[in-house]
Design a binder for this molecule. Structure first.
Ligand code: SAH
Length: 347
């Protein structure tokens, strides 16, 4: 098993059967070697730096009905809110003072946020904070919309593929949602010049190792600048309320594999990982991660953006979140970097 880790470290790739063996291994020695190699590669490209992305959750309204998600359209118990442009700008202001140089506008697919509403907000953020990057994570939109948002100043877009296996996709999504559309959106975003982030949930209901390998192969094809993975965490008001969640061990093993397969990618230690294990994000940082995404949303709406149960960081003010994360980063042996943090593409 250790030989497989070394091969992945040397060649940044393995065959499907080798990947399967490594993903499923229970060999703790191999897991530790994977962690060490992932940390080494991360330090080669990014040193000990960790970038902060200020996450602003702009809306909990969603026209989609993804079976795993707490803010799915069909969840009548979900509390809905949307931020006004002024509120979004105020979050950015707070974030800028705290040293954030990337703002991530994330939300459900809220039909209120048309291009006419979003473009001026994006343009205003870029005007007030010209040294900042604007990242959007607003789901599937038309090519024309992605183009307009880009012209307004958006630099990056996060859209997880969730899964590229057609059967699994259809078990996690209602019939009106199409895998082909999601994949097309991702290729369109790349074509338009967005720095693109994708990813999937680890341990989603019905997910097999083969499904995960298909996702890794898809990402080799797409060549995203960022890859976000986190454990699936059940939400009590969804059909998957009683399903098992993903484990920290498998998530960490996949983070290590991703760092070796995509040496220069931006890899966040996600809030979901911090939710299922108190030291999850620190362990992520030690296994190749180099990004964290502290919450900048107004405290009054935080609990309403409930994608899954027990989500952490819903009670603190932005400044407290920032301080808490800085402490975690430093205690794990890394340092906070205050710059936009663009992906260092391999030369
Ligand atoms: N509406 C946007 C933003 C989605 S929320 C979009 O479609 O891209 C960001 C991510 O949260 C999703 O891509 C999904 O992978 C993750 N997520 C949703 N429900 C989850 C759950 N129950 N457990 C863990 N992650 C979840």
């Amino acid at each position: 098993m250790k030989e497989l880790v070394e091969k992945l470290y040397r060649e940044s790739d393995l065959s499907d059967s080798e990947l399967k063996a490594l993903i499923e291994t229970e060999d703790s020695g191999a897991a530790e070697l994977l962690r060490l190699r992932a940390d080494e590669v991360r330090q080669r490209y990014y040193g000990k730096k960790v970038w902060l992305r200020g996450l602003i959750e702009i809306s909990s309204y969603c026209r989609n009905n993804c079976l795993y998600c707490g803010i799915r359209r069909g969840n009548k118990n979900a509390q809905r809110y949307r931020l006004t442009p002024e509120e979004i700008l105020r979050c950015c202001e707070t974030g800028y003072e705290l040293g954030f140089r990337t703002f991530v506008l994330q939300g459900g697919e809220d039909v209120y946020f048309t291009d006419e509403v979003l473009c001026p907000v994006i343009a205003e953020i870029k005007k007030r904070f010209p040294d900042c990057a604007v990242t959007l994570s607003l789901g599937e939109r038309s090519e024309e919309s992605y183009r307009l948002l880009k012209s307004a100043g958006a630099d990056r877009y996060l859209l997880r593929q969730e899964t590229v296996s057609p059967e699994l996709y259809s078990r996690l999504h209602p019939p009106e949602m199409l895998l082909e559309n999601r994949k097309n959106c991702l290729f369109t975003l790349k074509k338009l010049g967005y720095q693109t982030g994708t990813g999937f949930m680890v341990g989603a209901p019905f997910q097999t190792t083969e499904n995960i390998i298909a996702d890794l192969r898809f990402m080799q094809q797409l060549q995203p600048e960022m890859i976000g993975i986190g454990p699936f965490v059940p939400h009590h008001d969804t059909a998957f309320a009683n399903e098992k969640g993903g484990t920290a061990e498998l998530t960490l093993r996949l983070l290590g594999i991703l760092r070796l397969m995509f040496p220069s990618v931006l890899l966040p230690a996600t809030t979901a990982l911090g939710t299922i294990a108190p030291d999850g994000r620190e362990r992520g940082l030690k296994t190749g991660c180099n990004v964290v995404m502290p919450n900048l949303s107004p405290v009054s709406v935080r609990k309403k953006y409930e994608l899954y149960d027990n989500k952490i960081c819903t009670g603190e003010e932005a400044a407290e979140c920032r301080r808490c994360l800085e402490n975690r980063i430093v205690s794990a042996g890394y340092e906070v970097e205050v710059s936009r943090g663009d992906c260092r593409l391999e030369s």
